[in-house]
Design a protein around this ligand. Sequence first.
Ligand code: NPQ
Ligand code: MG
Length: 362
Amino acid sequence: MITELREIHLPLVAPFQTSFGVQTSRRILLVRALVDGTEGWGECVAPDEPTYSAEYVDGAWAVSVDHLLPRLGGVERATDVAGALEDVKGHPMAKAAVEMAFLDAELRAAGTSFAARLGVTRDRVPSGVSVGIHESVAALERAVAGYLGDGYVRIKLKIEPGWDLEPVAAIRRLIGPGVPLQVDANTAYTRDDTEHLHRLDEFDLLLIEQPLPEDDLLGHAALARAATTPICLDESLVSLTSVSDAIEIGACEVANIKPGRVGGYLAAVAIHDLCRQRGVPVWCGGMLETGIGRAANAALAALDGFTMTGDISASRRFYARDIVTAPIDVVDGHVAVPVGPGFGFELDLAFLDEVTTARIEV
Ligand code: NPQ
Ligand code: MG
């Protein structure tokens, strides 16, 4: 078994601003695993900086080289990867990328798609778009109008203190009462903002995502009791236990599932199963993935419990050119569930080499 780590650099089509910063390009870590002669690829969703969660590209690279890949001796199946890496605390995004490469290789060797392995029957999933903080409400309105023109069936607005009631009101007015709308604060508020956040209730939002810090489950439970807009957790959901506890105390009325944040696609499926059993609706989040992660997310989101529209947008929402030969497209408001072996993408190897900034074999 051979593994390779690569770092690539891709410019974003436009700056993407959230409550924790502005992104204009992305460094992305990829993992390649050669398992019994079959190649598989995984994508690490860790951002450049540790501002969404504790993970970041250089940290993921270091822990992969020094602690994860050396633990893979003897691992032959994707289902054994998480156990082999269990002694290493944290670093779920780095671990998820490694497991992903094994899963892709294993499925390709078997000629099976990830969708078939999951047993999903849907052949497409609805596509939502996450819209960053803009320099003015007018600029935001232009961006949202463009995305509606692209066919996206659900809009998510990034909010922060000072950029919330006014842009949300303007966009609700622009799109009318029929278009599903939700907001994401990426932990930008505090418990003292409770009264203020309740003023979002009048805009008929599907949910408010992660208003409070990652570790403030009780704060989210208190907000959920007081507000009518459902509370959805993202950053707080780091494991099956954290999801189970958050649901139990009433902090998580809706769950955003991101495989990278919970240590991999297999853990994500287990969390989906738990939420389904508890009657909590889930949707698939996004981390500005390339066509690798986007393809995998489209299959995951076809599971029955994913009853809400995810942040699985077209490749061109973020990248002018993707590293896969068939970029993810939005057709009639939906993204197709890949049918090819593994995660179903094919890499554009020449372009991949062009954008590769570092490479190591371990
Ligand atoms: C979220 N994603 O749901 C994240 C946040 C996010 C699509 O809104 C580089 C890599 C920059 C990952 C910025 C969306 C990022 C990133 C924001 C993730 O909270
Ligand atoms: Mg979020």
